[in-house]
Write a protein that binds this ligand. Structure first.
Ligand code: GLU
Length: 304
């Protein structure tokens, strides 16, 4: 079967399902999104682009940005980074403070908020203009310089960032944050408020499917040995406290965000993204997970 035929089946099946998820509202600006949006994009190494629905409409990438900040930090630093952030699944909600207290301010992994804040701190230490350089990194891996943040989402999250500020303060008390707290928080909120479409996200995620190289120009963004590690972290930690369920149902490494996006990859084969804003109780896109489960089921092809 051809990929576009499979996507057409997934579109029809997904539109037929009742969506019991709920759009994220703790960042008020995200609550305004149309809950019926649905898009999917598949970018294959051998055969190019396939998609359906709202695949070209930009949405808030939120936590999916944590994969890009980790990649940027790992491209600049070696293993010393992992003295400050671990690589174990947390089993706790993404913004939990509890584990951090027990574990002396060392976050479980770079894809929960505490871990992403440590990564943002390392970028603030290394980069001269962290926000601009982060956005530039996205421009390089997508080849698209029009990608930008949504400043309303930035302001909205900034006004409600008590928890992330708490995480930063707690980690600072353990000596695991080196820079000014507000500068680090601003970089984190900035990266989360970037908007990209399914097609743009799949293009960006192609570096994880293609051993660290941009497919269109062969530029090596990060060594393949480091991509192996990033993909392992996505597989074990990319879906809040539902990484096991995602592996069980879908069987691909990936990362979700509270904007309703999910990006996943099949190493050596493809990058795939889906967007449907209503979330399940764990914070993952309800229909997005279903669509990806159908992809690996109908193609008979996952990493397992
Ligand atoms: N900016 C969001 C937060 O920190 C990201 C959450 C997410 O997508 O998981 O709450």
């Amino acid at each position: 079967m051809q990929y576009q035929e499979i996507l057409n089946i997934i579109e029809a099946e997904t539109l037929n399902r009742s969506n019991t998820g709920r759009v994220a509202s703790y960042i008020p600006e995200l609550a305004k999104i149309d809950a019926d949006k649905l898009g999917m994009h598949l970018y294959c190494i051998n055969s190019g682009h396939y998609g359906f629905g709202d695949e070209n409409e930009r949405f808030s990438i939120q936590s999916i940005s944590k994969v890009f900040s980790l990649t940027l930090a790992m491209s600049l630093l070696d293993d010393e980074l992992f003295k400050r952030v671990d690589v174990e699944p947390s089993g706790d909600p993404f913004n939990s403070l509890i584990q951090l207290e027990y574990e002396n301010g060392i976050p479980r992994n770079p894809l929960i908020n505490a871990g992403a804040l440590v990564i943002a701190d390392t970028l603030v230490s290394i980069l001269k203009n962290p926000q601009e350089e982060f956005l530039n990194f996205i421009h390089v891996i997508t080849g698209d310089t029009t990608i930008d943040i949504n400043s309303k989402v930035f302001d909205s999250e900034k006004k409600h960032s008590y928890r992330n500020a708490s995480l930063l303060n707690l980690m600072k008390s353990f000596g695991n944050i080196k820079n000014d707290l507000e500068t680090v928080l601003d970089l984190y909120i900035y990266q989360c408020s970037i908007e990209m479409s399914c097609k743009e996200l799949a293009t960006a995620f192609m570096i994880y499917a293609n051993a660290g190289k941009i497919l269109s120009n062969d530029v090596q963004i990060i060594p393949s040995g480091k991509v192996k590690r990033i993909n392992a972290i996505m597989q074990t930690c990319g879906f809040y406290d539902e990484a096991g369920e995602f592996s069980f149902r879908v069987g691909l490494p990936g990362k979700s965000g509270v904007g309703g996006g999910i990006a996943a990859i099949h190493p050596g084969h493809y990058a795939v993204t889906v967007w449907s804003p209503p979330l399940n109780p764990k914070g993952n896109s309800k229909l997005g997970m279903y669509a990806l489960e159908r992809l690996t089921t109908l193609t008979g092809f996952s990493i397992f």
